[in-house]
Design a protein around this ligand. Structure first.
Ligand SMILES: Nc1nc2c(c(=O)[nH]1)N(C=O)[C@@H](CNc1ccc(C(=O)N[C@@H](CCC(=O)O)C(=O)O)cc1)CN2
Ligand SMILES: Nc1nc2c(ncn2[C@@H]2O[C@H](COP(=O)(O)OP(=O)(O)OP(=O)(O)O)[C@@H](O)[C@H]2O)c(=O)[nH]1
Length: 466
């Protein structure tokens, strides 16, 4: 995987803009740039320039001048990738961008693959794996909470916490393994009481990190909200009102929402992912049956459920309030832990007495009109109240990455074995095996332990030029 051929890519988005940045990294970056950059100053060779310097000049292709540019020089190891890096800030026309990239390719660069600059930064020890993953999260973050978490992880708080525990554990592993070399003498280099303390500390930290994933995961991926209810009660209209756009199909024909539509909005700095679901209704229609099955699946997947009913049909005697209460109870019984918001929709078309009678019948009810958007802001407020962002405010480390979560679970499992071994006086050689296993999973997080497949997977999800 490690190769230091010179790679090139556009670092800014494709398409025209005021300025575009083309980035080169690798052992030949400076030499290649020198062949096609002419400084406005006489005899200014890039190979003679200090790191972190910026130069005005022209990119030339033979006797053709391609553009007037600013060129930055970063010298190995003082660059993002840790290699020699050249950045060309050119005028942002797509044509100029392509001309310059093609020129560099002809001079001996190759196109970078997705995430390859950051992969090199990782391989050169500029950032650890968890920090590299945070770079991707940072680029993807589109609300305050996910941005804050990515920023925190990129700074390395999480990695250093894990690395510190790993190091302490490694010390003990070495001491215990040393004992094995002196097996005949029956010595104990590793103080068992101190070791137990360390294990307890590790268990505590691991459990806290594992628990934090519940918050981290929803913040990173958005909180899934299922909107459920009978056909035609206004689920799609409500979704549109929440999203402020005409994204879901609204129709008068009952049962038109057949597929689930997902969309995300940011409320109070946290992303909510709305899942528009087919109506809950007994039906013989095959297509709809699949939709109803999906409704229950979606409730299971969601973090918050919005149950919607049509207030107009209740008073037009087309729907019975008792039947609605039964539905609500069904959901509560099946998912007792799941926050449930009960909404009477279409209240623009009922009178005040009817509103009062609804409130009396179902105390927790929220009255709403998806059509006029009355009550939509109140609903948003209700939703934010379900999110516990306390850990965020306290600046605690929060795990957002499924790969880290899995590694932490495995590390905890191994550490529990070590703890059990210590409590039962397990022999050093067996203890050492469990410790090594735990160390392995710690190393997976920061990237001390890795393999090409894993790296390939992580960096393939980056954009080209990152
Ligand atoms: N133009 C530009 N902007 C960018 C980046 C970039 O690569 N180029 N970045 C890329 O993602 C981010 C900034 N990250 C960077 C991290 C380290 C170094 C760097 O040169 N590090 C050296 C020297 C540090 C120093 O000044 O002492 C080093 O670590 O040794 C540069 C950018 C965001 N903005
Ligand atoms: N008066 C009134 N009509 C509404 C309101 N919300 C939705 N409607 C109407 O109710 C009908 C059904 O709305 P939809 O949003 O398609 O309902 P749905 O629950 O998604 O329906 P399915 O796709 O069948 O599951 C449409 O004609 C909407 O215009 C509301 O707040 N007030």
């Amino acid at each position: 995987m490690i190769n230091n051929d010179t790679i090139v890519a556009l670092a800014t988005p494709a398409g025209a803009g005021a300025i575009a940045i083309i980035r080169l990294s690798g052992s030949e970056a400076v030499t290649i740039a020198d062949t096609c950059f002419r400084s406005v100053k006489k005899d200014k060779r890039l190979s003679k320039q200090k790191t972190h310097t910026i130069h005005l000049g022209h990119i030339v292709d033979g006797n053709k001048t391609v553009d007037e540019v600013l060129l930055s020089v970063f010298r190995n190891p003082n660059s993002y990738t840790g290699e020699d890096v050249i950045e060309v800030s050119c005028h942002g026309s797509s044509y100029i961008q392509q001309e310059i990239i093609q020129l560099f390719l002809r001079k001996g660069c190759r196109m970078a693959s997705a995430g390859e600059f950051t992969l090199r930064a990782f391989l050169n020890g500029k950032l650890d794996l968890s920090q590299a993953e945070a770079v991707a999260d940072l680029i993807a973050s589109d609300n305050e909470a996910s941005h804050q978490l990515a920023m925190q992880q990129m700074r390395g708080g999480f990695s250093s916490e894990i690395a510190k525990l790993r190091e302490e554990l490694l010390n003990f592993a070495s001491l215990i393994e040393l004992e094995l070399d002196f097996a005949e003498e029956d010595v104990e280099f590793a103080d068992r009481t101190q070791f137990k303390d360390l294990i307890d500390r590790i268990v505590f930290v691991l459990k806290r990190l594992i628990d934090s994933f519940a918050v981290g995961n929803v913040i990173k991926n958005g909180i899934p909200v299922a909107i459920v209810g009978e056909p035609n009660v206004g689920k799609s209209t409500l979704l549109n009102a929440l999203l402020n756009e005409e994204r879901a199909i609204v129709s008068d024909i009952a049962g038109t929402t057949r597929d689930t539509i997902e969309d995300e909005i940011s409320i109070g700095g946290v992303g909510f992912r709305f899942i528009d679901t087919a109506g809950i209704r007994e039906t013989k229609d095959v297509v709809e049956t699949i939709g109803i099955q999906k409704t229950f699946e979606k409730i299971a997947q969601s973090q918050v459920v919005i149950y919607l009913f049509d207030a107009v049909s209740v008073f037009a005697k087309k729907a019975s309030l008792d039947a609605i209460k039964v539905e609500i109870e069904k959901i509560k019984n099946k998912y007792p832990q799941k926050p449930l918001v009960v909404i009477a929709n279409k209240v623009d078309a009922i009178n005040d007495d009817e509103k009062t009678s609804l409130k009396n019948a179902i105390p927790e009810i929220e009255l709403l009109s998806a059509k006029t958007k009355k009550g939509v802001e109140e609903l948003k407020l209700t939703l934010t109240n379900f999110v516990n962002t306390g850990a965020l405010r306290n600046n605690e480390t929060i795990v957002t990455n499924t790969r880290h979560y899995d590694a932490l679970l495995k590390a905890l499992e191994e550490i529990q074995k070590v703890k059990y071994g210590l409590d039962t006086g397990l022999s050093g050689d067996l203890l050492a095996i469990d410790i090594r296993q735990a160390l392995y999973h710690f190393g997976e997080i920061t990237g001390e332990i890795t393999n090409d497949d894993l790296l390939g997977n992580i960096f393939a999800n980056f954009c080209i030029g990152k």
